[in-house]
Design a protein around this ligand. Structure first.
Ligand code: GRF
Length: 218
């Protein structure tokens, strides 16, 4: 069985979606461990209740980023994963760690990459008066949020949107998107270096709902 280690920093709703998809067979894999850099990450409790191994590596206990990343690499390695899924993991990883898991490490980012890498994507999208927004799952490469995209979802930005309503709409699509993108990886369809696989877009159930709210049923 394909082994996935999920890294979180907080709520962990994407991690939960991945775990549930493994359990109900939509994702042909097993979450073997959930690692957090924050001891208070709410997602840890869910994982523990599911009898998934959890580990915390508190970055505030390290003076030096490279020391933290070296320890994290060893911790991830100890679970012998086929894939490492960053799911709301709020740490920038150094090149050595990224290179170590190149082609095996994926991340979910709340924007239509290559648009809006970095933080505060929803606020920046509203500020720029964009009409479309979304989420992307991409392979992690040393440059932040710049690795090849595996799959994306798109949602409309509504005139009435606040940062919160937009974040909620995007998050609803993220869960299905992450499962879809991971299944592409697990099945070998999406591989780093195989340009063919980067074209997939997923119209999620939530997005279809948003489309029909805007444009009528399709
Ligand atoms: C998601 O919006 C994800 O795209 C971003 O951080 C958020 C994490 O949410 N990287 P959760 O912890 O998975 O609920």
């Amino acid at each position: 069985m394909t082994r996935i280690v999920v890294l979180i920093s907080g709520r962990g709703s994407n991690m939960r979606a991945i775990v549930e998809a493994c359990r109900d067979g939509r994702l042909d894999a097993e979450v073997v461990a959930v690692i957090s850099n924050r001891p208070d990450a709410a997602g840890l409790e869910f994982a523990a209740r599911q009898n998934i191994e959890t580990a915390t590596l508190d970055h505030t206990h390290f003076d030096d980023r490279n020391q933290f990343d070296a320890k994290l690499e060893a911790l991830i390695d100890s679970f012998n994963p086929d894939f490492v899924a960053l799911a709301g993991f709020m740490r920038i990883l150094n090149k050595a760690l990224v290179d170590r898991f190149l082609g095996k490490m994926v991340n979910i980012h709340p924007s239509l990459l290559p648009l809006y890498p970095g933080l505060n994507t929803h606020a920046r999208v509203l500020e720029a008066k964009e009409t479309r927004h979304g989420a992307s799952v991409h392979f992690v490469t040393p440059e932040l949020d710049a690795g090849p995209v595996i799959a994306q979802t798109e949602v409309p930005v509504l005139p009435s949107d606040t940062e919160q309503t937009l974040a909620t709409r995007v998050l609803l699509t993220e869960h299905e998107l992450y499962v879809h993108a991971l299944q592409l990886c697990v099945s070998g369809t999406a591989r780093l270096g195989n340009d063919e696989c980067y074209r997939g877009t997923l119209k999620s159930t939530a997005q279809r709902g948003a489309d029909s709210a805007l444009n009528g049923p399709q």
